[in-house]
Design a protein around this ligand. Structure first.
Ligand SMILES: Nc1ncnc2c1ncn2[C@@H]1O[C@H](COP(=O)(O)OP(=O)(O)OP(=O)(O)O)[C@@H](O)[C@H]1O
Ligand SMILES: [Zn+2]
Ligand SMILES: [Zn+2]
Length: 752
């Protein structure tokens, strides 16, 4: 008999981030449920992670649980296991990891769920089946109710059963008396999706031979409860249909699935297709839904009413059971990595979850990350390929416009002649165009064409961004504003200009060139309100505009048959970001946005405007030649010993004074060297480089940022080296009692 509950208290602090034992007394919480417990002099909430019959805590010190907060577990056992893994793997707090797995809004009772009666089996399926057989004649409703519970293997709302089987409530009470069923008052949703149409019988295209081959391979993995696949398919090759085919087959087998997309608000088409296809079985996890709606979706998954979930990064924690398949679309996107604590990588978490729960993982992309493609080529994961577009359609024809030449020929406008001509042609034919405005971050900065002066924020080491409404310079890191200079403060020149023209300037220039064109703009400014993304994209889809201008937001997954022209403005801007992944990101961006053109019957054209047409990332993106880019970039990475041939680890130390930050980073460097020498003799063979320098973004909000950058060789000792490094960093923090901020990151998401 369990006497003790092992509890994690919901306090995110390293000193209490462990399991505490509490006496059960008369209470009997289920693992995964929340409890109220005495803690120090107060009461706090916690999660029961396990029950035990013994404890090391002496009897007189063992305090009892105060109350049980949930009848049913809110966190599934598999997810508790995952939280422990995250604590070890990401050195995050257990409480932080568990918070990702809780129903939205449940912490601290911010929302009050409605209550309803739910039923679940209290006996094993076999026993239930026998009982149902025995009852079939005498009490057909009880038998039917039992069968429904067996079939769906989950908790079901009594009201839903009542609809299917009139009189189900009494039948359930009778079954409860027999000990076959438990009935509980549980929390329910407010019916945001109750009117969800059952459109599961929607038309599904016949898969092409290539698609069918990929789907079959994936399903063999699913049947074998294992496998990691990289699905590399060019833009418009029909990867989404492969996903959907696999998802429905997984559902048919009675298992569940998760589909991750980079940013759910940017993929309304995908969500609509998904809803139409999976009807009430589908749950959409979306941060822009209201708290109540989010809770409802979560709850539908938790109770097994919905068995396939779509969502961004955090949907990997969807509380599904009997997981069969996880699909990650556009796996190369950096949004799968959390930039705040707990800093997890959803692809890694998915791999771990899939492995532990016997599920298959599929990573899809037209431009896979180098590391993933290398893994596939080395046979560490399975490679599936869709080298052609659906229906044998051609990839769009690409022209590169050299903007230096344009300027030399006296063209000072934002549009090359090639792009201008094609835009006009596109309009004349009544087709649509997308203009992608590549920008560094989200800024368009002001610089002097005579002396090269760039207007920077006085508090941060970044250029300030030009805004038109109202006309001001704004720092996107600290919010500092200034007026727009008319003369260069350095040299007095009048030729001070906005460089890397923003979407607003492109729109203005476009309206001047093509006054009759109907233009939509999608950027940070136009998408502030809830639902704005969807409205803009849907209006464009309905043909209410001819040209869609947008930032990185328009590069993802859009599939509009009438789009025949894509223009890329300032293709090289992202090349100049000080990060070893800049060529890779530039290649991905251009290839993805080019892939939006000519996806249906009309053929597509792309114009790429650049100041560095000779750069391989641009030249190869123009050819949409992933493999050539992969080879070229791998050679470059190998020559420099960059990932995937090594791993970066970075400690960032920030302080009010530059020398203070540098001193801290240097102190840490010495500490690590000494620590590793003492504890990890193989360190010398592992550490390829150790530099201290100011970070590329050397100042944010008047805090100077110095970094220690370590490069670790990829060998069999790497895992230990990284573990020791992490410990060394934690020890340094504990001993140094340094007042500034420091954080340590393996494989930094961005190197700025
Ligand atoms: N088997 C098929 N038969 C007919 N049409 C199909 C088939 N498969 C996909 N399509 C259509 O082809 C278009 C491209 O497919 P889809 O959006 O799945 O491609 P994708 O590979 O996911 O593209 P991207 O990576 O560029 O976003 C869609 O309009 C889709 O409806
Ligand atoms: Zn100047
Ligand atoms: Zn600033």
């Amino acid at each position: 008999m369990p006497k003790v509950a092992q509890v994690i208290v919901d306090i995110a602090h390293s000193q209490v981030d462990r399991v505490f034992d509490y006496a059960l007394g008369a209470l009997c919480p289920v693992p995964g449920s929340r409890v109220k417990v005495p803690f120090g002099r107060t009461q706090t909430e916690g999660y029961v992670v396990a029950l035990a019959s013994e404890t090391q805590v002496p009897q007189d010190k063992l305090r009892p649980i105060t109350a049980i907060l949930d009848d049913a577990p809110v966190i599934a056992p598999a997810l508790i296991d995952l939280a422990f893994w995250m604590q070890r793997h990401y050195h995050c707090l257990l409480a932080e990891a568990l918070r990702l797995m809780l129903p939205p809004g449940l912490r601290g009772e911010r929302i009050k769920p409605k209550q309803a009666l739910f039923a679940a089996l209290a006996v094993g399926e076999q026993a239930a089946l026998e009982l149902a057989r025995g009852l079939a004649r005498r009490a057909p409703r009880q038998a039917q109710a039992l069968l429904a519970l067996i079939e769906r293997g989950q908790v079901l709302p009594a009201a839903a059963l009542e609809k299917e089987i009139p009189g189900a409530r009494e039948a359930l009470r009778a079954l409860q008396k027999k000990g076959a069923v438990v009935l509980r008052q549980l929390e329910v949703g407010r019916g945001a999706y109750q009117d969800l149409k059952m459109e599961a019988a929607q038309v599904q295209p016949q898969l092409s031979a290539g698609q069918a081959g990929c789907a079959d391979a994936i399903m063999r993995g699913v049947e074998g409860h294992s496998g990691v696949y990289l699905l590399h398919g060019v833009t418009g090759s029909g990867k989404t249909e492969v996903y959907f085919a696999c998802l429905s087959r997984v559902l048919q087998e009675g298992r569940t699935a998760i589909l991750l997309v980079p940013e759910i608000s940017l993929t309304p088409q995908m969500v609509a297709r998904f809803r139409a296809r999976f009807g009430a079985q589908a749950a959409v996890l979306h941060s822009r839904l209201s708290l109540g709606e989010r809770f409802d979706e979560w709850w539908r998954i938790r109770t097994g009413q919905a068995r396939v979930a779509i969502g961004a990064r955090s949907a990997i924690f969807a509380p599904v059971e009997q997981l069969g398949l996880v699909i990650i679309d556009e796996e190369h996107e950096s949004s799968y990595r959390a930039e705040n604590a707990p800093r997890y990588d959803a692809v890694e978490v998915a791999a771990r979850r899939a492995q532990k729960e016997g599920a298959t993982l599929v990573l899809g992309s037209a431009t896979p990350s180098l590391e993933r493609y290398a893994a596939a080529r080395d046979g560490r994961i399975s490679l599936l390929e869709l080298p052609e577009r659906i229906g044998g359609r051609a990839l769009p024809a690409v022209q590169v416009a050299d903007m230096r030449e344009e300027l030399a020929r006296g063209n000072r406008s934002l549009f090359s002649r090639a792009l201008a001509v094609r835009l006009k042609g596109c309009m004349a034919r009544g087709e649509q165009a997308i203009l992608f405005v590549n920008r560094r971050g989200h800024s368009s900065f002001v610089s002097c064409r005579s002396c090269g002066y760039v207007m920077e924020c006085p508090n941060c080491a970044v250029s300030m961004s030009y805004h038109t409404h109202p006309e001001r310079m704004v720092c996107h890191y600290c919010g500092h504003t200034a007026s727009v200079p008319q003369l260069c403060p350095e040299c007095g020149s009048r030729y001070i200009k906005y460089f890397g023209a923003g979407t607003q300037q492109v729109e203005k220039a476009l309206r001047e060139m093509l006054p009759q064109a109907r233009v939509l703009r999608m950027d940070l400014d136009t998408t502030k309100t809830k639902g704005a993304h969807v409205e803009i994209l849907e209006a464009f889809e309905r043909g209410e505009a001819d040209i869609l201008i947008g930032t990185q937001m328009v590069t993802k997954g859009l599939d509009y048959p009438n789009v025949t022209l894509v223009g890329v403005l300032a293709a090289d801007i992202t090349l100049n970001i000080p990060d070893y992944r800049s060529p890779e990101r530039t290649f991905q961006l251009i290839t993805q946005v080019a892939g939006r053109a000519g996806r249906a019957d009309l053929s597509g054209q792309v114009v790429i405007q650049t100041y560095s047409p000779e750069h391989y990332a641009i030249a190869l993106a123009a050819r949409q030649d992933y493999k050539a880019f992969f080879e070229r970039e791998m050679r470059a990475r190998k020559a420099c010993q960059y990932p995937p041939f090594a791993v970066f680890a970075r400690a960032l130390c920030s302080a009010g004074q530059q020398d203070e930050a540098m001193r801290a980073a240097k102190g840490l460097q010495k500490f690590i060297a000494r620590y590793m020498q003492q504890h990890f003799p193989q360190w010398e063979g592992c550490c390829l480089a150790s530099h201290v320098q100011m970070a590329p973004l050397s100042k944010i909000k008047n805090e100077y940022r110095a970094q220690l950058l370590l490069r670790i060789a990829k060998n069999d000792k790497m895992k230990y080296a990284l573990e020791y490094l992490q410990v060394a960093f934690e020890q340094w923090q504990a001993q140094e009692k340094w007042k500034g901020h420091a954080y340590f990151e393996i494989n930094p998401v961005n190197m700025a």
